[in-house]
Structures are given as structure tokens and as C-alpha cells.
Design a protein around this ligand. Structure first.
Ligand code: GLN
Length: 547
């Protein structure tokens, strides 16, 4: 049965709890254990799928089609363990399950209360698959003291009591602010945060303290004394140059050792850290730089494209170069000329997105990349717009567009090269959707297979003709225009296994021009860069040597 590690946060948000959890998962794996990481989010949305990227950053999609928190992306990137639907839950999901059960009469007429009904639902969630792994790491979103987080804290407290002694530990992340005037790192906010945690019955076993500078022994001892943890369980988490240093840094600080000590595991198996040494070495010793433009709409918030940015970094590591990402706002050249803003990049990437705003600019970016032979990677909406660009400017369908934009506006302006998909096959099932359906969870979501054309560029890149990639979209390129577009040089080189849905387009006459209907970035890892990102960056390196 799994041992459980509960990871909570205090003092301020955005401390990097997700990263610390992911790095700890990787370190436990390095010691030969199997792990699974889970995220419990206190907000009332049922899932992040309907939240704006400005609110919540990227939506991370799992193979089994869940729209989850971006921290699950960190978990996958560090552990390589594919996340599942059952690895992410929110208050909204918990409450809606409880209310469904109440309506069904499952509670036999009882009064429904936060304790025990909501807390039991949370505990049942935490337990899912507990026999499958050695360690289950559960990260609680938010910070201690948040009103909506209380049922989660109560549930993990109860959970640790339900389990035999020594099977659960608590790790708390806090911040040690540095006061210039005092010339000191201050421990008081951490003391208060731990006091708050203890007031609800949770005593942390391990403290991870974020700080801008090294924590002197005096402060460590003080924290240990006042927060009632062992001195070697006070772990310093200084700011790092790269997130991929986290496993080695945390190991150096003794985090994994402290965790194993807290569980009483002696002797601890020796860690094998070669993978992370290699990753760190590649991050810190690039032999060159390439500049890639991400032409998007949500560029003020880089978290909206988190996985893409990481996948580009991985592509850089594979080619031993540093990828310098620049964010370009597509709306800037909706009306204007794109060339002045796009000249000088070694590659152009148009990511996924929703709605019409900014799309004319992105179409211009695709055109610029095609005409100037700059490597282009279009992801999801970025592929759809590349097809629309080719339809308009190569196939002469001047009013080519997407049904998505007409539906949004409520009039009909475009020839729908990209149409609203209302029926598709998922294994042996047929899925059906209508225009007015709920927004949540109703897209074509999760892993679907695709068949690649023999001899195509993508078949060479993937080194296979059968792939599986993750999807999140409602609209689809219409195969009606396939012959016309292929005649103009835009080849449909990846299709769904039934041949109905285009998955990949490419331009054989261009050095590197690929559009994919899915999200390859979600499966890239630093120790296993995604083939498309590896090859896109390779092409960008080639481009940078041309100038
Ligand atoms: N808006 C487009 C669709 O729903 C693309 C979605 C995306 O880029 N993830 O098909």
C-alpha cells in the first residue's frame, strides 16, 4: 500500500509547490520507488477547462481526456508518469459529486454536511489506486488559511489518522522574506503559517523554505525549534536558474533523505541521478542560441503556454542550444504588416487558442513563415490557421475561414475550411455534440491515434507511422478541400485511423512547415524531448546558420 506525502503551502501563493512536488517525485523514482502525483484544488470550478488562460494558465490534458491543472504538466515532465483523470480534483468536482449522490438518495435521507460527506468524498479520491505505487504525493492548491481550502485540510488530517501510524507525512512550503533593513531572512511568517496548520491538527514533518539567499544555520535552527520539525527537515529552496535543476538542488539540500527519514525507511536506497545530471548539464552548457517567436493571444501570461515553452526548452536540450522564446502579440498585426515584427526569428510557432480575436494576425504569421521559408510549427488552432492561409493564398478560396469565428460572431462570413465537428469515433463508441452543448468537458479531448503517411516528413521525425497524441478542440479541417490543398503543396500527412479527420499537414517544398491538430507539447519531457519539438528546433538551428 502506498505511503502518502501531503504537500501544502503557506505565507504566499506561487511558491513553486508543484515544482517541489514534481522534483520530489523524481527523486523518489531515482531511489527506485514508483510514484503518482495528485493535485487537489480548492476552487469551485468543476475543472480548469472553462477558465480563461488569464485566470489559470494552461489547461493540461491527460491521455484519458481530463482537463486539469498545469501542475500536472510539471508532474509528468519530471516523473514521466502519465497523469490520469483521477489525479486532479477541485472543490467544484467534489461538491457536484456529493450533490449528485444526494439527489440519487445515496445518503438515505441524512443531512449532508462538509464533515463527513465532503471530507469523505475527498478521502475516497485520495485513495484511488493506492495499491499501485510506493508513494502517492498529494499537493493541495492554495495556501493554508484560505476559506475554501478548509475541507481539504480537514480531509488530509482525517486521512492520516485513518491510516496506520507512519504512513502519511506532511510537507509544508513557505517563504522566508529577506529584510534589507534588518539584513536578515525572517522566519516569523513561516512560524505563523505552521501555527495555523497545527491549529487544524496538522503538524508538518518537513518544511521547505523558499528564499532568495542561503538560509544561515541560526535561522534553520530557529525554524526547527519554533515549528517543531527536525533541523535536517528544514529544507532550503533557493531561487534556481532553471526548473530542471530542482531535483539535484533538492537532493543536495537533503529533501528526499528527510522524506525517507520521516517515514523511518532505513537504510534508504541509494539514488541514481544520472538522468538529472545529464538534463542539468544540457540546460547549462548550450553551444548556441536560437530565437523562436510564439505568436499568440495570451502572451501577457506566459503560463498560458507553459508546456509549449518547456517543450521548446527540451527541443533545445536535444540540439544542445538555448531556445530563446519571444512572445509576439498576434493582434498587433491583425491589421498591419507582419514582416517588421517577425523578421529575424529562426522559427515561428502559432499555438492553440479559442475565438476569432488575433486570428488574422496569426494567419499572417503562417504566411510569413511559408513565404520566407522560416520553420513553422502550428499547434491546434495554429494548424487550422495554416490551412486557412493556404486555402486563401494558394488555393484561391479568398473567404476561407473557420466556422468557430462565424458562430462566435453570429453571422456567416467565411467558407468553412474548418468546421464544427459534431460526431466522431472514440474506440468503438460514437461521440455526438451539438452547438449549444455545455462548454465543460465537451471537446474532442485526450489521446487519439493517428496514421502517418509513409515517407512523409512527420513519419521520418516520429520514426513510425502510428502515433497517439492528446487533443483538445471542437473544430476540424474539412477533408473536402484536401485534394485542392494538396495540389497547392499542403500535404495531409497524418489522418485519424478512419481517414476522416486530418491530424497533420506539412509542406514538402518548405524547409520545415508542419501543422498538428493535437498538442505534442503535453508529452515532451526534458529527458525525452518530443520528436516534433526536437526536429523543429533542429530546423531552427539550421535557419540560424543561414544568416
Ligand atoms: N479553437 C479551436 C478548436 O476548438 C482550436 C482549439 C485549440 O487550439 N486547442 O478547434
Amino acid at each position: 500500500m502506498a505511503r502518502f506525502i501531503f504537500i501544502t503551502g503557506g505565507v504566499v501563493s506561487s511558491l513553486g509547490k508543484g515544482l517541489a512536488s514534481a522534483a520530489l517525485g523524481a527523486l523518489l523514482q531515482a531511489r527506485g520507488y514508483s510514484v503518482r502525483l495528485r493535485k487537489l484544488d480548492p476552487y469551485l470550478n468543476v475543472d480548469p477547462g472553462t477558465m480563461s488562460p488569464f485566470e489559470h494558465g494552461e489547461v493540461f490534458v491527460t491521455d484519458d481526456g481530463a482537463e486539469t491543472d498545469l501542475d500536472l504538466g510539471h508532474y509528468e515532465r519530471f516523473t514521466g508518469v502519465a497523469a490520469r483523470k483521477t489525479d486532479s480534483v477541485s472543490s467544484g468536482r467534489i461538491y457536484s459529486t456529493v450533490l449528485e449522490k444526494e439527489r440519487r438518495g445515496d445518503y438515505l435521507g441524512k443531512t449532508i454536511q462538509v464533515i463527513p460527506h465532503v471530507t469523505n468524498e475527498i478521502k475516497d479520491f485520495i485513495k484511488i489506486g493506492e495499491d499501485e505505487v510506493d508513494f502517492m504525493l498529494c499537493e493541495l492548491g492554495g495556501t493554508i488559511g484560505d476559506i475554501e481550502g478548509l475541507p481539504f485540510f480537514e480531509a488530509i488530517r482525517q486521512f492520516s489518522q485513518d491510516k496506520p501510524r507512519g504512513q502519511c507525512i506532511f510537507m509544508h512550503l513557505t517563504l522566508l522574506p529577506y529584510l534589507e533593513a534588518a539584513g536578515e531572512l525572517k522566519t516569523k511568517p513561516t512560524q505563523h503559517s505552521v501555527k495555523e496548520l497545527r491549529s487544524i491538527g496538522i503538524a508538518p514533518d518537513i518544511l521547505v523554505c523558499r528564499s532568495e539567499r542561503p538560509i544561515p544555520k541560526k535561522e534553520r535552527d530557529k525554524l526547527a525549534l519554533f515549528c517543531n520539525v527536525r533541523p535536517d527537515a528544514v529544507i532550503a529552496a533557493e531561487d534556481m536558474d532553471s526548473i530542471y535543476d530542482a531535483p539535484l538542488k533538492y537532493h543536495g539540500e537533503g529533501l528526499d533523505q528527510a522524506v525517507l527519514d520521516a517515514f523511518g525507511i532505513h537504510p534508504a536506497p541509494k539514488p541514481k541521478l544520472d538522468i538529472w545530471k545529464d538534463v542539468s548539464e544540457r540546460v547549462h552548457n548550450p553551444e548556441g542560441t536560437v530565437k523562436i517567436a510564439i505568436v499568440g493571444k495570451y502572451i501577457q501570461l506566459e503560463d498560458a503556454y507553459k508546456s509549449i515553452k518547456e517543450a521548446l526548452t527540451h527541443g533545445g536540450m536535444a540540439n544542445r542550444v538555448k531556445v530563446k522564446v519571444e512572445w509576439v502579440d498576434a493582434e498587433v498585426f491583425d491589421q498591419a504588416d507582419a514582416a517588421p515584427r517577425l523578421a529575424g526569428y529562426d522559427g515561428i510557432l502559432v499555438p492553440g487558442g479559442f475565438g476569432e480575436r488575433g486570428t488574422e494576425g496569426k494567419i499572417k504569421a503562417a504566411q510569413f513563415a511559408r513565404e520566407n521559408k522560416v520553420p513553422y510549427l502550428g499547434i491546434c488552432l495554429g494548424m487550422q490557421l495554416a490551412v486557412i492561409e493556404a486555402a486563401r493564398n494558394l488555393a484561391g478560396i479568398k473567404d476561407a475561414g473557420s466556422e468557430e469565428f462565424d458562430q462566435e460572431r453570429g453571422d456567416k462570413r467565411f467558407t468553412p475550411i474548418v468546421y464544427h465537428l459534431k460526431e466522431w469515433a472514440e474506440g468503438n463508441r460514437t461521440i455526438q455534440r451539438e452547438v449549444g452543448d455545455d462548454k465543460g468537458g465537451t471537446m474532442r479531448l485526450g489521446a487519439y491515434n493517428a496514421t502517418l503517411k509513409e515517407g512523409s516528413k512527420v513519419a521520418q521525425i516520429y520514426e513510425t507511422t502510428k502515433i497517439s497524441e492528446r487533443h483538445r478542440h471542437r473544430y476540424e479541417v474539412d477533408t473536402k478541400y484536401r485534394a485542392q490543398l494538396e495540389k497547392c503543396g499542403l500535404i495531409f500527412s497524418g489522418m485519424s485511423p478512419d481517414g476522416r479527420l486530418p491530424e497533420i499537414v506539412e509542406m514538402p517544398d518548405h524547409p520545415w512547415y508542419v501543422g498538428v491538430q493535437f498538442h505534442p507539447e503535453l508529452k515532451s519531457k526534458p529527458f525525452e524531448p518530443h520528436p516534433l519539438f526536437r526536429d523543429f528546433v533542429r530546423a531552427a538551428v539550421g535557419q540560424s546558420r543561414l544568416v
